[in-house]
Structures are given as C-alpha cells and as structure tokens.
Design a protein around this ligand. Structure first.
Ligand SMILES: *Cc1c(COP(=O)(O)O)cnc(C)c1O
Length: 355
C-alpha cells in the first residue's frame, strides 16, 4: 500500500471547552483515499477536515451505496491514547463492503491509517471522564449518473469527533418500545451490514416511539415479527432466571463488537450466556412473572444502556424496579476500565496509539 501523505491545516480550530456533545464537533484533519475500478485504492492522505463537492447525480444520493463504522480512541489515566479492538471494526467493514458490492480494504492498512490520523489530532482526545474521540470511517460510491449498478469509483474517509458520554445523565435505565409494525431488516437483506439504509428504515418507528415517551425501539424479526433482534443501534441482552440470553446472529442483526466483548467477559466471569432465538412472548412472559431480571443494550457509543421499561402493545413491564442491574453495571465498569486503560486487559483488546 502507498505511503500516507500529510497536509497539515493552516487554520487549526479552537478546541471545545466544557461539556462535549456526541458527534457534533470534528477535529482539524481527516483521512481520505479513493478507489477507481482497474486501479484499486489509491492516494491515501491526511488532509485538513473539510467538505466534499458532490454532483447532484452522484449515485450515493440516489441509491445509497455506502457503509460506515464506529469506534473510539480513549485517553488513559497516564495520558496514553488507546483504541479498542480496531481490527474488528475493519473486518466488519469488509463484510459490509462485500454485501454492498463495495471493494474491500486491507484491514492492517486501515488500522494504521486510523492510528496515524488519531496521533496527528491527539490533542483533541478529551481527558474528561467518560469522554473519548469518536472515530467514524465510511465509504461511499462516487460515480455520477442515474444508472443502477455497483459504482466504479469510491471514497473512503475517516473523521474524528471528540465526544462526551452518549447519555450525559449517566447510566439511567431507558424506556423501550417493542415495534410490531415496521421492521429494520430481514435475513438476506443487509441487516448485518453497517449501512445508512438500515438506519433510514428505522427512523419512522424511532420517531413514533419518541412521541409516546420511549427512547428507542426493540426490533422483531422481519418475517414472523416474533423473535427479538436488537434495540435501536445496539445489540440487546436479557438476564432471565440467572442466564444471560442474547439473540443469535442470523444475518439480520449487526455483529456488534461490544456484543462479542460482553459475551466473552461474561463467560470469563462464569456466567452462562446463550445466543439463541428469543421470542417476544417468552420475553414478555418472563417480564410479567419476574424472571426477567435485567435487560440492556450494548454498543460502542453508549457501551451499556440498561433498559428499565419494556412495552409491547398494551403490556408495559418494569424491569428490576427500573434500576440498573448488577450485570449491566459490572459489564459497564469492566468494559470501560479496559477501554480507558484503567484495568488489566486479559484479552489484549486495547491497542496503544501513542503517548
Ligand atoms: C453499530 C451497531 C451496533 C453496535 O455495534 P458495536 O460494534 O458494538 O458498536 C448494533 N446494532 C446496530 C444496528 C449498529 O449499527
């Protein structure tokens, strides 16, 4: 792969002070690389952060051929900057690319590009509690014209956003509504890919849930509308009768890196974790008879998001009296301690970028 060239900004931005929003402020630089059929990926470069110019007939605006990733850089107490399992994000990016007929990238090269960009903008990595540098790699088709086919030109870009905690109020349990009308994805579709279209499909239900006072929706499978899939943009876990249950990956659910890390940590701690089909009837039955002890979402942005209330039609159940469960808290503490370099990392998940 070519050497990454660097063009430094001539107008460094003012760094934010005080509370940071999530994903609204961007650093001084970005990574960009292009693809052309017959030529491959070329011209990897770090350049000043700035807009792309876009033709109104750009195919991505019409047919949505794009994918993205999300990870974070963390500042540890001794000032080091670290990433969490970055190779996993780029392996998953290639799975998304494959599904959307986007050319694949070299995983090691992408990790290296991420490290170089983060190191250059390292002064933007916040040191306030629970804050981090959110990293957003993405690829979009860059052909012009209204024909429907896989594009011949692409842009791969990485941008960085110093971000505060996803939930500034802290680990407060959220109210979730089980969606029985819209579906997010079906097997054979692109549910396992991190692509904008899946999010577009989810917006209407999300808005309706907000209107009813719920913060996110819990999706059911797209065929029978019977099995639990995931919650908003997070994977979901339940503790039923002492056993941790999470929906099995069958192509319609995103293979979350937080999800797989939770499963590994829980098993390491001696919990029984089942990846299996979980029907909404089984779940609501357990919620009604008190055997549903905890529920929580998992994802890079929020890490762990405890669920305090589950609603399905007219049935509204409180979980664990609306309080954070023991396992949810333990996972949040365990994962964040590894991510921020505050604890032993028995799995080698945390990767150092620089001091
Ligand atoms: C990104 C994402 C997740 C969480 O994945 P992580 O790798 O844990 O951040 C879960 N569901 C959806 C739909 C997502 O887009």
């Amino acid at each position: 792969m070519e050497k990454i060239t660097v063009e430094l900004t001539k107008n460094p931005k003012q760094k934010p002070v005080g509370d940071l929003p999530f994903g609204k402020i961007f650093t001084d630089h970005m990574f960009v690389m292009e693809y052309e059929a017959g030529k491959g990926w070329f011209n990897p470069r770090i350049v000043p952060y700035g807009p792309f110019s876009m033709d109104p007939a750009g195919v991505v605006l019409h047919y949505g051929q794009e994918i993205f990733e999300g990870l974070k850089a963390y500042r540890s107490p001794n000032g080091e900057i670290r990433l969490f399992r970055p190779e996993q994000n780029y392996m998953r990016m290639n799975k998304s690319c494959e599904r959307l007929s986007i050319p694949l990238l070299d995983v090691d090269f992408c990790v290296e590009a991420t490290k170089q960009l983060v190191e250059l903008d390292k002064d933007w990595v916040p040191s306030t509690p629970d804050s981090s540098l959110y990293i957003r790699p993405f690829i979009f088709a860059n052909d012009v014209g209204l024909g429907v086919h896989a594009a011949k030109n692409y842009i791969f870009c990485i941008i960085l956003a110093p971000s505060g905690p996803y939930y500034p109020e802290g680990l407060d349990p959220v109210k979730i509504m089980i969606e029985d009308e819209d579906v997010r994805a079906v097997r054979g579709g692109m549910g396992y890919a991190k692509t904008g279209g899946n999010y577009a499909a989810s917006l209407r239900a999300g808005e309706r849930a907000l209107e009813k006072g719920y913060s996110q929706v819990l999706w059911l499978d797209g065929v029978e509308r019977k099995y639990i899939e995931e919650v908003g943009a997070m994977n979901v876990f339940f503790k039923i009768n002492g056993v941790i249950v999470t929906p099995v990956l069958q192509g319609s659910i995103l293979d979350g890196i937080t999800r797989k890390s939770c499963i590994q940590l829980l098993r390491h701690w001696g919990y029984t974790v089942e990846e299996r089909l979980l029907s909404v009837d089984e779940l609501m039955g357990a919620a009604a008879d008190g055997t549903l002890e905890e529920a929580f979402g998992s994802g890079t942005a929020a890490v762990i998001s405890p669920i305090g209330v589950l609603a399905y039609g007219d049935q509204v159940c409180q979980i664990n009296n609306g309080d954070i469960g023991e396992v949810s808290q333990k996972l949040y503490d365990g994962l964040t301690a590894i991510q921020w370099g505050k604890a032993e990392d028995p799995f080698g998940w945390s990767v150092k970028v620089c001091d």
